[in-house]
Ligand binder design. Structure first.
Ligand code: AMP
Ligand code: MG
Length: 326
């Protein structure tokens, strides 16, 4: 079975083509870039997705060496995400499903991140640290669904880092530049905000900007913001492992690229004699392959939708998704 999956929830328009057992045949994308100094403008991002969609599908089908008749299902990212971007992806997916005359499968973006992570790393029952632009969640499978054991109470960690970077004049994507600057920095005092199992980043962001404004060198603030953000995440992840009696940690989402975050989680896992894996870069940021792979397992468990009944859900929570395949 071959599935073509479409990702369109935010910046990335991605098309993945995946075969049974998670064999990725193609994973193409084009990323909307906001103009300098701006964050994402949803309508502009959706216009970007509409503009590149045909070209990216062609690229993916060429590199997978498949023809329209080889595609068995089309999957799309139903949410969560920015509504204009979700509609752009859904409408295009409906068009393709009708064109190829194949079933359409709606997929949850966050669950897709987890499933591509499980299949590419081989961790079967992990506590998942899902850290992206808009999302920050500690998730694990328990009693029939993926449950969120801890999450941000305000902004996503990637957006918090990007916003800090933008406010001090760095260009998009700001977080990798913060990581670079942080290597030369020293600790300055910042608040540390963990409430139960949940995290809050926005107050720390405000305080970091204040420290910089008052003359603290940028490298020091970059170092310190990373240290607190990532320590907070590591603390909550460790508590999730302890409570659930699990011993695997899977790190995914765009922020998973950060070496300091990887180091902290790895150290914690080693001390507990657990296993730690980072989802390969190609599949940890938003991508079409994860939607295609989740499309296959969801379809095999009986999930599909008639194109005329397709919908989007911009706030579709991870723990509301029916998981028929585990
Ligand atoms: P996603 O939403 O999964 O596509 O992830 C995008 C987010 O990952 C953006 O907020 C990026 O700034 C962030 N990101 C990318 N590289 C890094 C890095 N090296 N360190 C921290 N965050 C990063
Ligand atoms: Mg994502």
């Amino acid at each position: 079975m071959i599935c073509l999956g479409i990702e369109s929830t935010a910046h990335t328009f991605g098309v993945g083509i995946v075969r049974d057992k998670g064999k990725v045949l193609a994973n193409e994308r084009d990323v909307y870039k906001p103009k300098s100094g701006w964050g994402i403008i949803p309508i502009d991002a959706a216009a970007h997705h509409n503009k590149v969609s045909r070209e990216i599908v062609k690229k993916a089908m060429d590199s997978a060496k498949v023809k329209a008749k080889d595609i068995d299902i089309v999957a799309y990212s139903r949410g969560p995400g920015l509504p204009p971007c979700l509609y752009a992806g859904m409408n295009f997916a409906k068009e393709l499903a009708n064109e190829f005359v194949v079933p359409l499968v709606p997929v949850n973006h966050c669950v897709a991140h987890i499933e591509i992570g499980r299949v590419t790393t081989g961790l079967d029952n992990p506590v998942v640290v899902y850290v992206s632009g808009a999302n920050t969640q500690i998730i694990s499978f328990a009693e029939g669904c993926y449950r969120v054991f801890g999450e941000t109470m305000d902004v996503g960690i990637g957006n918090a880092l990007d916003k800090f970077g933008r406010s001090v004049g760095l260009d998009f994507p700001q977080a990798p530049k913060i990581e670079e600057l942080a290597r030369k920095g020293k600790w300055v005092e910042l608040p540390y905000v963990v409430k139960g199992m949940d995290l809050s980043f926005s107050g720390i962001l405000t305080e970091s900007l204040k420290k910089h404004k008052l003359g603290e060198p940028l490298e020091n603030v970059c170092y310190s913001i990373q240290e607190v953000f990532f320590s907070m995440l590591t603390e909550v992840t460790e508590r999730a492992l302890a409570h659930l009696g699990k011993d695997q940690v899977l790190l995914t989402g765009g922020v998973a690229a950060n070496k300091r975050l990887q180091e902290m989680l790895n150290t914690m896992c080693m001390e507990r004699k657990g296993k730690f894996s980072v989802v390969p870069r190609e599949y940890s940021g938003d991508n079409g392959a994860m939607i295609a792979w989740n499309g296959i397992i969801a379809y095999k468990s009986g999930q599909k939708i008639k194109p005329e009944r397709a919908s989007v859900d911009s706030v579709w929570r991870t723990d509301m998704v029916k998981i028929g395949w585990i």
